[in-house]
Design a protein around this ligand. Structure first.
Ligand code: 13P
Ligand code: SF4
Length: 337
């Protein structure tokens, strides 16, 4: 498998670039030219010269790359069925309807979507003065969005929204978690005392971590460090020693003293890799939580994808969606440059 991939890489040279997210398995990561978190990977697209960009991650990441790539570049994903459960919790039409309901009495609520969302949801944000954030820049982007209007509709991750609001010092009375069951029927018009409306989405992987696990570790191993991703429940985040993007977690583990025990509350493939990379420390998952969609990409379908590069259908986003989605993404890249 390895040899097939190497042969294609040798043949294509700079015509090919393989990007991989930190949650990819080692068998994929070892072939990556660029490894990063969602923000870093999105930032790299602009400078890429390669004609073929192969994105090892979930579909919204490849879609984001396709939106930011030049027209002559082709973006491929080894398994197009690698979706993100959270991204699927926000249908674009419903987001548009909920936004219209919030704004119906003349308020200006700005939509801000986590990058873990479809291109169509990013397009809704682009069309209504909003933008995109990642877990690495959520505080900067929420501050930016709050300054643009009367309040913010944050989609789709309610945990990231609330954790970020706490960093910015918003009070609980300024935050409302929307109840959007019933096709948005129950969403009220914007209330001037509220600053932030949270879409009730979550990550099924990070939802596996809870305060009871943290309490048990604190009781049995009082010197252990605990770092978590901000998609975790706010109670878990408030009890941890630090929270941040996958890149933050990698740095936090690297900076922990030799001999220390560190628990990491994020996807298993990354925690596993960190444990192997730091044999002088004890690195443990808060709980073993694998993203089954990230795991759909493997060395076998990567090799197959590379063999079929010239005939495979690339990831495509129709221009009427790509244009406003690009505007939303570029607002983020500019605000965080
Ligand atoms: P990062 O923003 O850290 O890349 O995380 C992306 C993600 O999907 C986390 O579940
Ligand atoms: Fe989506 Fe969660 Fe998997 Fe990240 S870990 S890709 S948010 S399902």
């Amino acid at each position: 498998m390895n040899q097939k991939i190497s042969a294609i890489r040798d043949r294509l040279g700079k015509e090919l670039c393989i990007l991989a997210h930190h949650y990819q398995a080692d068998e994929v990561v070892r072939h990556a030219d660029i490894l990063g978190d969602s923000l870093e990977l999105a930032r790299h697209i602009d400078g890429l010269e390669a004609r073929h960009i192969v994105f090892c991650g979930v579909h919204f990441m490849a879609e984001t790359a396709a939106i930011l790539a030049r027209p002559e570049q082709k973006v491929h994903i080894p398994d197009p069925g690698a979706s993100c459960v959270m991204a699927e919790m926000v249908p674009a039409l419903l987001a548009e309807e909920v936004l219209a309901r919030l704004n119906r009495d003349g308020a200006r609520i700005i939509p801000l979507t986590y990058v873990n969302s479809s291109a169509a949801v990013k397009a809704v944000c682009g069309n209504h003065g909003g933008s995109v954030c990642t877990s690495a820049n959520a505080p900067t982007m929420l501050r930016w969005a709050l300054a643009q209007g009367d309040g913010v509709l944050f989609l789709p991750d309610a945990n990231l929204g609330r954790n970020t609001a706490r960093i910015l010092g918003l009070s609980e009375s300024e935050i409302e978690r929307l109840d959007i069951r019933g096709q948005g029927r129950f969403v009220p018009a914007a209330d001037p005392t509220r600053k932030l409306y949270l879409w009730p989405g979550l990550c099924a992987v990070h939802a596996k971590f809870n305060a009871g696990q943290v309490t048990a570790i604190r009781a049995s191993e009082p010197h252990a460090l605990i770092f978590v991703h901000p998609e975790c429940d706010p109670e878990v985040v408030s009890m941890a020693d630090g929270a941040g993007s996958t890149t933050f977690l990698i740095k936090a583990v690297a900076e922990a003293k030799s001999g220390s025990t560190v628990y990491v509350g994020t996807e298993w493939s990354l925690v596993n890799r960190l444990a192997a990379r730091h044999p002088d420390k004890t690195i443990r998952p808060l709980r073993r939580a694998l993203c089954s969609n990230m795991a759909k990409v493997n060395e076998t379908n990567l090799a197959r994808m590379l063999q079929e590069l010239d005939t495979a259908l690339p990831v495509r986003v129709e221009e009427h969606i790509a244009r406003p989605a690009r505007i939303a993404l570029e607002r983020m890249l500019t605000a965080c440059s």
